[in-house]
Design a protein around this ligand. Sequence first.
Ligand code: S3P
Length: 442
Amino acid sequence: MHATRPRPLTARRNGPLHGRARVPGDKSISIRALILGALTVGETAIAGLLEGEDVLNTAQALRALGATLERRGGQWRVRGVGVGGFAAPAAPLDFGNSGTGCRLMLGAVGGCPVTAQFDGDASLRKRPMRRVLDPLERIGARALAAADGRLPLTLAGARDPLPIVFEPQVASAQLKSAVLLAGLNAPGETVVIEHEATRDHTEKMLAHFGAQVRVEPAGENGRRITLAGQPELTPAPIVVPADPSSAAFPLVAALLTQNSEVILEGVMLNPLRTGLLTTLREMGAVIDEVQRRTEGGEEVADLLVRGSTLRSVEVPASRAPSMIDEYPILAVAAAFAEGTTVMRGLKELRVKESDRLAGTAALLEGNGVEVEIKDDDLMVQGRGCAPGGGFVTTHMDHRIAMAALVMGLASERPVEIDDGSFIATSFPGFVELMCSLGAEVS
Ligand code: S3P
């Protein structure tokens, strides 16, 4: 699926950005729409699906498990097999670069009486799966050949899945979702108690398809999610809003280039995804919401972004779940702010598509910005401008790649990256969209 040839790219300063753009559909919602659609009885229509590699790999895995997925008339149609209805796949399921696709599908398969092999690319093979396998084994699945908890592995799904009460030790929507998806095929109630609320797309979409899901507050920042097992999921149309984690890149690019004025259309503003907007506004960013509305069950708005003067800020650890994918681009914004920005509690960044804490620090240092990592905190010394001129190694990480290119649009000298090909996992058309706004990336 992934093009094997690296795609080096360079971004350079080219005056203000202007215009309107719509970034592709949300990755989290797109992956969930395909998986839950495949567990309904009937046909689900999905508009605005992200056609990025991570999503397409999930689609391919679902086909191998017996669901029918096709693109027809500009929409995706998923014909499901029903809860518990997956068939054993003939070949290993390859999730490419996608942690979300792989972990959610471990859950979906873990609750069914089928055996499947799971694999991914060199980046995904390094990422921890034990956190997901442990609760799945309590539900009744068995993980084989996964001694160190990494891919490739074989999962024998539960013949008679048990409902469990699960308290994840890390704030992870992937982990929560895997357990809920496995719990779908268990009799009785599956409960996930999260100490810090994470993105709630799985819970919302389960309810959208007719499952009984109860969400209650738990502790100061947490939630208790209770799912009644063995529902019949009924197809219901899905509209995928624009991905705020993708919008973050043109948004910060517009903030950092003087006299820019850019409108990003229909960006999802689910409160569990808006930590970056909160932080940027605290830094002095001028971002207006135009036409706030609801689309497909989510709040969205057009974001009007203007070139802004930023000041440093301290980002509390409690905000991390709502902006977990946004730290590389926030760190770039911090380099152009005045003063020292402190980002706390970034432990989970070490196990993303790459070690993003190290990768973000290296990206800034290589472009003349002072940074420090202390325990799980990242400090960036902002000076209102940055020298640039660096060559950034992206370690198969789409967000490091895009953050580095945005840096190049605002720094004194161009920024070059070794490989932009992984951008296609989440944001196909990124380079073209940025260029349509006036950026120079090639
Ligand atoms: C995602 C959850 C987050 C995020 C990822 C998408 C999801 O991962 O980083 O890009 O769709 O559930 P974690 O659950 O590991 O924090």
